[in-house]
Write a protein of this length. Structure first.
Length: 246
């Protein structure tokens, strides 16, 4: 009986080799970084030449950065982050945050700023959290927290957040923050503040139903809801739409 391995078996053996696995992981990280750099350049509306001028580097440096060739030194990456308004940590893999922790920070910031005008209900919170997620997807290419948004009749709903805060007896009551300490970095807090107090005039200042209407106008919810109530809203559809709307 022949013991000669097939091409597929030889390839699989090669991929199991520790050196090959290490190389593949390194190349994957380099390509991921290149994709993120290009995405942020396009978010800023800059050509490679314009970005190079702002960073004070030759244009070929930007070409190499976006090619995935690797070898980007820390100084060049710091210049890029300064122009793009990012922290150096954007290059590392980001484990999704606990959605309740992010929601609690949203509640606390709104409570601190709105004072007597504080009016965060579960309906309003869910819509704010949807746009926080959308902003993070666009800026960083991945979710801020575990992605569970579905297209319900009254807009996007994150099931974990909904189940945590829902009160069948008082569905329209305001939700007060309970948490005081947060494992969020400066960039994450700034992103949340942007959505709360700047985006579209500040979502914290709008009513729950104004936010419902806004989500109904956006294609990620509309396209998902057309397939049926509770259809998941994909991160891909959110990135595609919000890269030019947030």
């Amino acid at each position: 009986m022949s013991t000669t391995k097939t091409s597929k078996e030889r390839i699989l053996d090669h991929l199991k080799d520790p050196e090959t696995k290490s190389y593949m992981a390194k190349r994957g990280a380099e390509i991921d970084l290149a994709v993120k750099i290009k995405m942020h350049r396009e978010r800023l509306g800059l050509t490679q030449r314009q970005l190079a001028e702002k960073m004070g580097v030759p244009q070929p440096t930007i070409t190499r950065m976006e090619s995935g060739e690797g070898g980007i030194n820390t100084g060049t990456l710091e210049k890029f982050c300064l122009v793009a308004g990012l922290e150096l940590g954007f290059t590392t893999a980001n484990k999704d945050k606990n959605p309740i922790e992010v929601a609690e920070y949203v509640l606390l910031r709104c409570y601190d700023i709105l004072n007597e005008k504080y009016d965060i209900t579960i309906l309003k919170l869910l819509k704010i959290m949807y746009y926080v997620q959308a902003k993070h997807l666009v800026d960083y290419g991945g979710p801020f927290f575990t992605h569970e948004f579905q297209a319900w009749n009254k807009g996007p709903v994150h099931t974990t957040i909904y189940n945590h805060y829902r009160d069948p007896g008082e569905p329209t009551k305001t939700i007060l923050p309970k948490q005081k300490e947060f494992n969020l970095n400066k960039a994450e807090k700034q992103l949340i503040d942007y959505i709360l107090f700047e985006f579209e005039g500040g979502l914290a200042y709008k009513s729950a139903y104004q936010l419902v209407d806004k989500t109904h106008e956006d294609s990620p919810w509309k396209n998902a809801h057309e397939k049926g109530n509770n259809t998941p809203i994909t991160t891909e559809s959110m990135i595609e739409f919000y890269k030019s709307h947030i």
